[in-house]
Design a protein. Structure first.
Length: 306
């Protein structure tokens, strides 16, 4: 496999873990992200609260451990977005885990305006509580400045546009589009500092790179479609996923991941000239169907056992 970007760390060998999942070392950390993290730390003193946006399907892997200790010095709210695509059972388990951690959080669907109002109400409560800790007689302050950050493609731009009730920033399916900070006026009482999507310099586990590639936090043109698509096939095969079987008209999973991909190619007409299978089209199809939620609601990983 050819490495497509010098900022991508990708092992050449694709192996299966003992549970049958594809394992590979993936990480993406272009230069503008290192600059963005420096600027985030510099600007923290100018904001009242930080929103860290994560993907609800990977609640820990889509966080940024490098910034965690720095963020905890500020009022801090974790927004686990795309909950509409996450496994409800796993979300309940993650909620119980986050409750024990004591850090404010909300699982959200950023397209739900009612939820976004609750986000702002909670943010104001958190900020006022922090102010009272320093001055118990302090009256609630109307003006608030917040910072929003997170991995690429977690939905930051959509959240901003919902809060501002206008297209205040560009929404793109491709991660890594925002590369500079910008100050956005939400309303007369709220300013928002938008920051570029930032990845951690390294990932805690190899499988996290596959999760984030499947979720499109790491761009397809960096990793390629084959690795994350094959990971997903093995993932749903191990789950014995009814949704995956129904979507691609599979009777069972009693075959290899490669055979499943080839069967999908035939069923979906992903063929080249002379009847050759167009596997690249199949990989793109699987990733697209997964990201739209057409393969069922999932979560990657389980809450740590404290």
């Amino acid at each position: 496999m050819k490495m497509k970007d010098r900022n991508l760390k990708l092992t050449d060998d694709i192996e299966l873990t003992p549970d049958g999942l594809v394992s590979s070392g993936i990480n993406w950390y272009p230069g503008h992200m290192a600059k963005a993290i420096r600027e985030i730390k510099e600007k923290l003193t100018t904001v009242d609260i930080v929103f860290e946006v994560r993907d609800a399907r990977a609640p820990l892997a889509s966080g940024n451990k490098m910034l965690e200790s720095t963020l905890r010095q500020k009022s801090y709210l974790i927004l686990l977005n795309k909950v509409n695509l996450a496994s409800p059972n796993m979300v309940q388990q993650w909620e119980a885990w986050f409750d024990k951690q004591g850090t404010p959080y909300m699982f959200i669907d950023c397209n739900d305006r009612g939820t976004m109002k609750k986000v702002m109400d909670l943010a104001r409560q958190i900020v006022h509580k922090k102010r009272l800790e320093s001055n118990p007689d302090m009256a609630p302050k109307a003006k608030m400045r917040l910072m929003i950050l997170g991995l690429p493609n977690t939905g930051k731009s959509t959240i901003i546009n919902q809060l501002a009730n206008r297209h205040a920033t560009k929404v793109a399916d491709k991660p890594g589009q925002t590369q500079v900070q910008q100050l956005i006026v939400i309303d007369k009482d709220v300013d928002l500092l938008d920051t570029p999507g930032v990845m951690p310099p390294s990932l805690a586990k190899e499988e996290h790179g596959l999760w984030l590639s499947a979720l499109n936090a790491i761009p397809d043109d960096i990793v390629g479609e084959e690795l994350p698509a094959m990971f997903l096939v093995n993932f749903f095969k191990n789950l014995n996923s009814k949704e995956f079987k129904d979507k691609y008209k599979l009777e069972n999973f009693d075959q290899s991941a490669e055979a499943i991909v080839e069967k999908i190619a035939v069923l979906r007409g992903c063929l080249k000239q002379k009847g050759q299978l167009d596997l690249e089209r199949v990989y793109k199809l699987i990733l697209s169907d997964f990201r739209k939620g057409d393969l069922g609601k999932v979560c990657f990983g389980i809450p740590p056992k404290d």
